[in-house]
Structures are given as C-alpha cells and as structure tokens.
Design a protein around this ligand. Structure first.
Ligand SMILES: Nc1nc2c(ncn2[C@@H]2O[C@H](COP(=O)(O)OP(=O)(O)OP(=O)(O)O)[C@@H](O)[C@H]2O)c(=O)[nH]1
Length: 388
C-alpha cells in the first residue's frame, strides 16, 4: 500500500526518508504540493555533513507491508471526548477528598490534617500541600468558614490559584516558520504518542505539520511516527535506512528543519529518545540537538516540551530539574493522569517550577490530549457536588 523510497543523494549527504500521504478525508488540510517524497534532496551541506556520520544506503524503492499499528493510530479519532471528571475518576485525590467531605465534617484541625494527608498521598508534594493547608488553617482560626462547604470552596480556589499561572497555552503563531517543538522526557512517558496527538490537533487547525523521528534508539518509535504520518498525511523525516536506529538524532532533526523550512511548514515536532535524567551523556545530547538546530534558525527550538508521566509521583520533580538544566525546558505535558491515583503531581510541578503546563493526557484516544484548563482539572478532582 505505502511506497517507501530509499534514495541515494549526492554523497556524502545524509539520506533521510520522507513520506507524505494525503489524508483520506482531509486532502485540503495539507496542500497537495506539501508532499515531499518525490523531491526531497539533501544536497551536501557543510552543517549537515558535520553532524551526519551515517553512510548513505543503497537506492531502493519497494512496496512495504502494512506497518504495525501504533497506539495513537489505534485510538478512535472521532470518539466523543469524555469529560475531565470521567477521565479522572480513578484519581486518589478525588476519592480521598470525596471521602473526607461526604460526611459534612466538623471544622477543626483534624479535618485539615485529613485534607493534608489526601494532598500528600495524591503527590501534591510537601511544599504545595503545606502552603495550601496553612492558608486554610489561618482562615479557619479566624472563623472565616461557616461550614465545611465554605472551606472546600476556598480549597478549590487555592488549588486553582496554584495552577492558573502555569496554564499558558502553546502558541505556535509567533512568526517562526516552522515553529519547532523539541519533545523530551524519560523513557515511556508518552512522547511519541503525544507527538501524534499534537500533530493531529494542529492538522485540524489547518496547519502544515512535519515530524522528525529523532528517537533513533527505539525502532518502534520511528515506526510509530511513520505509520502515524502515512495515515494522516504528515511528512515524517527519519533516517533513511530501515529502522533508522543508531543515527545521529541531531542530524535527523537538523535535516527535518531544513526540509520544513524549504517547504514552508508551519510546525515541526521532533521526537527524541527517552533517557533517564541521571544519564549525563544522553542528557548532553539534547544540548547538541539544540545547538545544531540553532545553526539553521537561531531561535529554534521555539518550544522544548518535556513530557512527564503523571503516575511518576514526586520523581517528576527531579526529572524536570535535570531536563531543564540540560535542555532548557519551556513547557510541560503531563500524561496518563487517567488511571492515576497521583494527579497531584501537577500542583507540585506548578509550585516548584512555574513552567507552563501546555497539555495534559487523560487517556490514549486522540481527544484525550487536552489543553490544560485549571478550572476543569480542579473541579474534576473535587467532590462532584462542589464543582462549580
Ligand atoms: N492511559 C494513558 N496512556 C498513555 C497516555 N499517553 C501515552 N500513553 C501510553 O504510554 C505508552 C508509552 O507511550 P510512548 O509514546 O511510546 O512513550 P515514549 O515516551 O515515546 O517512549 P520512549 O520512546 O521509550 O521514551 C503507550 O502505551 C501510550 O499509549 C495517556 O495520557 N494516558
């Protein structure tokens, strides 16, 4: 079904494989002439050569077998989005606070201790939990709450106030063309899946999107992006030979930016391999990717988006600290908040770093990557009767 082309450009330039399939139902979402399979040529460029040690593969074209279905493709595209509350139903936060308030408890220090325990066990973190409960305690001692309901209303307001400063949407309309998003994070947090969902979101906004398969460590990640790209009409730049494994990620992403610029793409989203924040060599590689991108566009990447697994708990804090140091993180995505008892990490991150939380992942469907909305998030976590 899908045609793959392996090209042998003028040596010794890198060979990257690029495919574009017009989407079955949205041909107009991506202009026909946006396809880059037919004319991609990677002319020898000193900057490319400097970062491209891979030998060029033989020229070859063949019909591929259907690619394996990646999770993001398997997700029903047009399934009706489920509510935040529905998605966060398993949150320990919601259950814990619900249990505390359901019996209309007495306004006393024990109640505040119970609330603090709920916040701590949902991974809100010591600093944020203590600050929130201390504020409630002061007001309670000043007799500012008529009943438990009034206290809960203030708790809601305090939690929203913690999150509001970080609820800053990702704005790709900055004049940068393309706007470059470099996606980073530890292994398995949901980077590749998030990229597929993000690409879909911006395709739906009629943006021309390109993906760079900079995860040259995990074959499935490259396949996942390729499959996704083929089915949605999004060009994917990857190392040309088969899996693309072992290629220099900086080189792949550099070439992707070059292609994206040549084709006036609006948004380039680059995947990177998962790495432990404690692996200093791999962390340094992110710095190299940024330096190489800056050779083509001194303002790129325009967003370094760190994906955090919302079930990670407080370890998320040290992850962000290390990635911020190595890659200058400018925004966060917190995934897997569905099915997590620990959604409180969002508050801990907000308080600790003040970094924009761009999106949160509430499930595996394409609709489940939501722009971060602190009101909807907090109301989904609090007992239903108190949500505004
Ligand atoms: N429930 C749930 N699962 C998610 C969410 N986001 C991602 N996942 C799942 O998390 C798993 C890992 O996702 P990947 O996108 O492969 O993770 P990755 O960060 O690219 O992995 P590495 O390349 O190994 O670093 C997949 O099974 C995804 O479907 C989410 O918001 N909710």
């Amino acid at each position: 079904m899908f045609s793959f082309f392996r090209k042998k450009p003028a040596p010794p330039a890198t060979v990257h494989e690029v495919q574009q399939q017009p989407p079955a139902s949205e041909t107009d979402a991506v202009p026909a002439d946006a396809g880059i399979a037919a004319d991609v040529s990677f002319a020898a460029d000193p900057a490319v050569l400097q970062h491209a040690p891979e030998p060029a593969p033989e020229t070859e074209s063949f019909e591929s077998a259907p690619a394996p279905v990646a999770p993001v493709d398997a997700a029903p595209v047009d399934a009706a989005p489920r509510s935040w509350r529905d998605r966060l139903r398993n949150s320990g936060f919601a259950r814990g606070l619900g249990a505390v308030f359901v019996r209309n408890p007495k306004l006393d220090d024990d109640l505040l201790d119970e609330i603090e325990t709920c916040l701590l066990s949902a991974d809100v973190g010591v600093a944020a939990s203590t600050a929130v409960v201390a504020g409630l305690r002061t007001r309670m001692h000043k007799r500012q709450f008529a009943d438990a309901g009034a206290l809960l209303a203030t708790l809601r307001a305090e939690l929203i106030a913690l999150l509001e400063p970080v609820a800053l949407p990702l704005n790709i309309e900055t004049g940068a063309k393309p706007f470059v998003v470099l996606t980073v994070g530890v292994n398995g947090v949901g980077k590749t899946t998030t990229i597929g969902k993000l690409a879909r979101r911006y395709l739906d906004e009629r943006k021309q999107v390109m993906l760079a398969a900079g995860d040259t460590f995990r074959a499935a990640a490259v396949e996942q992006l390729r499959t996704w790209g083929e089915r949605n009409g999004v060009a994917v730049v990857a190392q040309g030979a088969g899996t693309g494994l072992g290629a220099d990620p900086a080189s792949v992403i550099f070439d992707a930016l070059q292609s994206a610029k040549a084709r006036a793409v609006d948004l380039l989203i680059a995947d990177t391999a998962g790495r432990l924040h404690t692996q200093s060599g791999l962390m340094d590689e992110l710095g190299k990717i940024k330096r190489v991108l800056a050779k083509l566009d001194p303002t790129a990447p325009h967003e370094v988006l760190q994906v955090i697994d919302g079930t990670t708990g407080q370890n998320a804090i040290s992850q962000v600290r290390q990635f911020q140091k190595a890659a200058g993180v400018t925004g966060l995505v917190v995934t897997k908040l569905d099915g997590s008892a620990k959604g409180g990490v969002v508050f801990a991150l907000a308080r600790e770093f003040g970094l924009p939380i761009r999106f949160i992942g509430l499930g595996e469907s394409l609709h489940d990557l939501r722009a971060f909305d602190p009101y909807a998030f907090v109301d989904a976590l609090l007992p239903e009767s108190f949500a505004r």
